[in-house]
Write a protein that binds this ligand. Structure first.
Ligand code: 0PR
Length: 365
């Protein structure tokens, strides 16, 4: 008989190589447990978690450059964002906000084909057209192709800052110039990349004029508990467009897509960012980047084709039979649409675990 759910243990992260989930920071874990029953969706009742959400938005505003862009010190930026259930909700809401604000008969979203599948969900639930355009040979948005896809129905341009399959960062300044010229808002999906990018030298967040909304997930590289996503907007009007009246609550309106939300996610996001922003995240960016570079070299040394990592995510050629065999040995590995194996160098992925993986590869080849 199975032990009860309360006695069961989650599986270890030792062999998890392709997931964007990771061990929460210890302080995030403690904070999550305390706020398991608090609902940030009812801020007039649960005032403590409401205050923590303001702090979480302030922290994300710093990470994404919004605090500087709106001249805030992190305390007055609440109107510019909220904590979502993850990248999917943030992306849906960014599309919804754009749809509400555009004057077009058949609103369309223009996105590179590297955009996460959550944009397909957004298009489907919101009944907007999703125009995906090809990426260049390196897997980044092709600015000319995006330009060609714009017309009077264009409601939103999407850029990816850390793509799910290859960790690629789109040319955001060029896309932002294009967006400003065309009068179309630009949304940056940094769900995974957002906690690496402040240290990578890329231009990606609100420091780039024309970037209107950003997705950034504390529950990925941010090391909060699941679920904790983030949606931020340069202009509070982007969030106002999302509000519905909440007549019987003591607050007048709600911008979130979900009603009851995770207090654990919010509290743990504050605890994680308090503990790690900026030095801890910088150290993790450097550790993970060095490890990704080392791993890519090791793979190349074994004659395997490797996609040069831009952020700490390594995609590489692996024969199908070997892929199946390493999965048989317990390695949790997934593949890109084109068939490469991908390793996301998350905080729980170590030199030891990658060495053990390589030893298994050697044994199987
Ligand atoms: N945007 C980007 C760039 C993403 O990579 C993801 C998730 C999302 C949006 C959606 O975020 P949520 O899943 O928080 O809604 N990318 C991961 C992926 O598709 C999600 C994931 C995470 C999958 C952990 C598996 C896993 O074990 O790979």
């Amino acid at each position: 008989m199975q032990p009860s759910a309360a006695e069961r243990r989650p599986q270890s992260f030792d062999r998890v190589l392709s997931s964007m989930c990771t061990e929460p920071h210890p302080a995030a874990r403690r904070a999550a447990e305390r706020f398991l029953a608090s609902n940030p969706g009812d801020p007039a009742t649960y005032e403590t978690i409401a205050e923590l959400e303001r702090e979480a938005v302030g922290a994300l505003a710093e990470v994404t450059g919004l605090a500087d862009a709106v001249g805030g010190d992190g305390s007055d930026v609440t109107a510019h964002g909220y904590l979502t259930s993850g990248g999917t909700e943030s992306n849906i809401q960014a599309v919804r906000s754009a749809r509400e604000r555009v004057d077009a008969a058949d609103p369309a979203v223009v996105a590179p084909d590297s955009a996460h599948f959550s944009f397909h969900k957004a298009a489907s639930v919101l009944d907007v057209e999703l125009r995906t355009v090809p990426t260049d040979a390196d897997g980044r948005a092709d600015v000319d192709a995006v330009t060609a896809a714009l017309d009077a129905d264009a409601a939103l341009i999407v850029a990816v800052a850390g793509s799910t399959e290859y960790g690629r960062v789109d040319p955001i300044p060029a896309l932002a110039d294009l967006a400003v010229d065309a009068g179309v808002p630009l949304h940056v999906d940094a769900a995974w990349g957002g906690f690496h990018l402040p240290f990578s030298g890329h231009d990606w967040g609100f420091a780039v004029d024309g970037v209107e909304t950003v997705t950034i997930d504390p529950h990925k590289v941010g090391r909060a508990a699941v679920p904790a996503g983030g949606l931020l907007a340069r202009d509070p009007a982007a969030l106002d467009a999302l509000t519905v009246d909440t007549p019987y609550l003591e607050t007048a309106s709600q911008a979130s897509l979900t009603g009851t939300r995770s207090g654990a996610g919010v509290a743990s996001a504050v605890a994680a960012t308090d503990a790690l922003w900026p030095d801890g995240y910088r150290a993790e960016y450097e550790r993970a980047s060095d490890l990704a570079a080392w791993f890519a070299d090791e793979l190349r040394g074994r004659g395997l084709g490797v996609v040069d990592p831009e952020l700490p995510l390594v995609a590489f050629d692996l024969p199908r039979a070997t892929f199946e065999a390493v999965r048989e040995r317990g390695w949790r590995l997934s593949r890109t649409g084109a068939g490469e194996a991908r390793v996301v160098v998350m905080p729980h992925v170590s030199r030891e675990s990658l060495s053990a993986f390589l030893a298994d590869l050697d044994d199987l080849r």
